[in-house]
Ligand binder design. Structure first.
Ligand code: B12
Ligand code: SF4
Length: 589
């Protein structure tokens, strides 16, 4: 019965009208574009999936990926906008990268910057990845001129919308059609279409919508009724087409990561270098946090009656896909991208973990909510090879967490979660925010205090991040910020790392938030006797920068001692698999 269902699903895909079309002559070319900061994150599966869907239907695909550029500078735009570059260098450096002071007149990738700020361990990534030093804008314009794509498909989050348009502006001669997709595009479609950043916005999922757009453009068929596409009608008004049912994630082709440069698979991880890619076991999340876009996607799916947002893949599909990707891209470490991995049904989760250990046996990193780390599930995770988990603590105050952020996570659950992670020696990356609407300095210190407690529980085996809050589109908190007049709804949404707060509010200034973000690792990591000096280091002045440098040395020395202690703990860990020595160890020849 299960096999029959699978067969029918596959048949449905193969009999779609586009699939029948022979595109062998006069191939329609799609240039996918990933406007990313240098070396940020893993290779995303979304573009890889879209590429696979396009190639399945005979379209030609290439990718322009900004991730491998050493520096992406400010580029003046014909529309007079500032350009909103992501990376920082030269005179804008100080302006844009305030929180990252002390500001050095040198080029830094985000990884390097984070290592310098004491947020992550330095790794020998430079031995594996040689970043390009050519001008990315010229390279992009040259590629468009030489390859002549018919369509450019850009995947954006809010903070990369303006940035991606910088590139579109550089195209010489006739512009191909442009479509933007991704969560950022879905919720910021009005701005994108009204400002002419793209001709189409793909709302929601693109696996079926994008190939259909290509088909229509290739065959000169109008797109005014194309499902999932938002576009300007003949009268200049925006047409919002309804959305098609959410895709059946079990019938999708394997993601085509071949579009990415081979160097993109190398990632720094806990001071080492691994070959990693994004592996999807599920899609979506059923929770309601007010700073996240997931609830809005869920509400949209309900309104559009297009099916559930949260879906888990069939077990066999998960394993077939993983095995293929590991072999094809010589991966030795996986990033399991689930937003909340441990809510997969208990029996299914147990089976997947047991199979993983037997059939895959590679270390991995994943993310889940703190209240999902039961003893039983965490033990399974550990035994399967989980090295690290990313968890959202969000804030130190239970009240702020539960009321403002609508994350039903009491402090008791927070501590229990970390006790269990410590028991199984799984290293957490803990993410918190500061600069929330109406947040006070005292409340920021609640976040600092709870992180100090976590540090004790984890005995230094952790990565504790406190970042400035960004009111992303589609989130309930953005609405609150706009209603209170704290955020200009027209202002471009800044990239979240190391940029000043977007909020203008009475409780804290942007400068104060920037200073606190910069010094949070010091407040968390050093003895309280250093706090008066750290207060000085908060300042954006020469004195402040000097103090910051001095204290960072103290913090690094303390961390080194903790690391040495940690190595002993890992060696003594009875559950630790040989995989704790991951990184560049696997020979696939
Ligand atoms: C995995 C993940 C990452 C990965 C990969 C990033 C990426 N670009 O995909 C990493 C770790 C690198 C990452 C980093 C960041 N992320 Co992230 N990430 C996710 C997560 C958890 C899953 C995304 C995913 O892979 N889903 C599965 C794929 C298949 O779905 P998808 O990406 O939505 O793509 C589908 C459609 O959107 C559409 N589509 C996507 N692109 C395109 C392009 C075209 C042309 C078309 C037609 C369609 C289309 O078709 C795809 C297939 O259906 C989402 C949460 C979520 N609910 O989406 C957050 C999310 C996308 N991330 C978010 C943010 C904010 C970030 C960061 C800015 C975080 C930070 N502080 O640095 C960076 C930005 C990096 C960047 N330049 O993209 C926000 C974006 C919010 C917004 N309104 O824009 C989300 C929604 C989470 C949230 N809290 O709300 N992230
Ligand atoms: S923050 Fe995490 S748990 Fe909350 S809704 Fe978003 S993805 Fe789900």
């Amino acid at each position: 019965m299960k096999k029959l269902k699978k067969f029918i699903k596959k048949l449905k895909v193969l009999t779609r009208p586009e699939a029948k079309k022979d595109n062998s002559e006069n191939k329609f070319k799609v240039l996918l574009f990933y406007p990313n900061e240098p070396m940020v994150g893993v290779t995303p599966s979304n573009l890889a999936l879209l590429s696979a869907c396009l190639k399945r239907e005979g379209y030609e695909v290439k990718l322009f990926d900004c991730s491998l550029y050493k520096s992406i500078r400010y580029e003046p735009r014909p529309d007079g906008e500032e350009g909103h570059q992501l990376t920082v260098k030269n005179k804008e450096h100080a302006e844009i990268n305030r929180a990252a002071s002390p500001l050095k007149e040198k080029e830094e990738t985000q990884d390097e910057l984070r290592a310098r700020l004491g947020q992550v361990k330095k790794s020998p990534i430079d031995d594996y990845v040689k970043l390009k030093t050519t001008n990315p804008y010229d390279d992009f314009a040259d590629l468009v001129e030489d390859w002549k794509p018919d369509l450019i498909g850009i995947s954006v989050v809010d903070s990369t919308i303006e940035f991606s348009y910088n590139f579109i502006c550089q195209i010489r001669g006739k512009k191909p059609h442009v479509v933007m997709g991704g969560t950022g595009a879905t919720f910021s479609y009005e701005k994108i279409l009204n400002r002419g950043y793209a001709d189409f916005v793909c709302a929601g999922e693109g696996e079926e919508a994008l190939p259909e757009l290509c088909y229509r453009l290739q065959n000169n068929i109008q797109c005014y009724d194309l499902k999932n596409m938002y576009l300007k009608g003949p009268d200049g008004k925006i047409i919002k087409n309804s959305q098609r049912p959410t895709v059946d994630i079990d019938t999708l082709p394997f993601p085509d990561f071949s579009i990415y440069d081979d160097m993109r698979f190398y990632r720094p991880f806990m001071g080492k270098v691994v070959r990693m890619a994004q592996i999807d076991w599920d899609r979506g999340c059923p929770y309601q946090c007010t700073y996240c876009a997931a609830p809005a996607i869920m509400a949209n799916n309900r309104k559009e009656k297009i099916g559930k947002y949260y879906r888990v893949k069939d077990e066999d599909k998960i394993f077939e896909e993983m095995k293929f990707l590991i072999k094809e891209y010589r991966l030795d470490f996986l990033y399991i991208s689930s937003e909340t991995l441990l809510i997969i049904r208990k029996d299914k989760f147990k089976r997947i973990m047991e199979r993983y250990k037997k059939e895959i046996n590679l270390p991995f990193w994943c993310q889940s909510r703190l209240d999902t780390f039961s003893d039983e599930r965490t033990k399974l995770l550990k035994e399967a090879g989980c090295q690290s988990v990313s968890v959202g603590l969000e804030h130190g105050s239970e009240k702020v967490r539960m009321k403002l952020l609508k994350k039903a996570l009491p402090n008791k659950k927070v501590y229990e979660g970390f006790e269990i992670l410590a028991k199984y020696n799984i290293r957490p990356t803990v993410n918190s925010m500061m600069g929330l609407p109406d947040e006070t300095r005292e409340e920021v210190f609640e976040t600092i205090e709870i992180n100090r407690e976590i540090s004790k529980i984890m005995k230094g085996n952790h990565n504790l991040n406190v970042f400035t809050f960004v009111p992303f589109s589609g989130t309930h908190l953005r609405k609150i910020c706009i209603d209170k007049g704290y955020v200009d709804p027209e202002a471009p949404i800044s990239f979240s790392f190391y940029k000043e707060s977007m909020l203008t509010m009475p409780t804290m200034t942007k400068k104060e938030i920037a200073g606190l973000e910069k010094t949070a690792p010091l407040y968390i990591g050093l003895d309280k006797s250093y706090w008066p000096q750290i207060k000085i280091a908060e300042e954006d002045s020469e004195k402040g920068h000097e103090m910051f440098e001095k204290l960072m040395i103290v913090l690094k020395e303390k961390r080194e001692k903790e690391e040495m202690q940690l190595n002993v703990t890992i060696a003594e860990d009875h559950l630790a698999s040989p995989m704790v020595n991951f990184g560049g160890k696997i020979d696939y020849k």
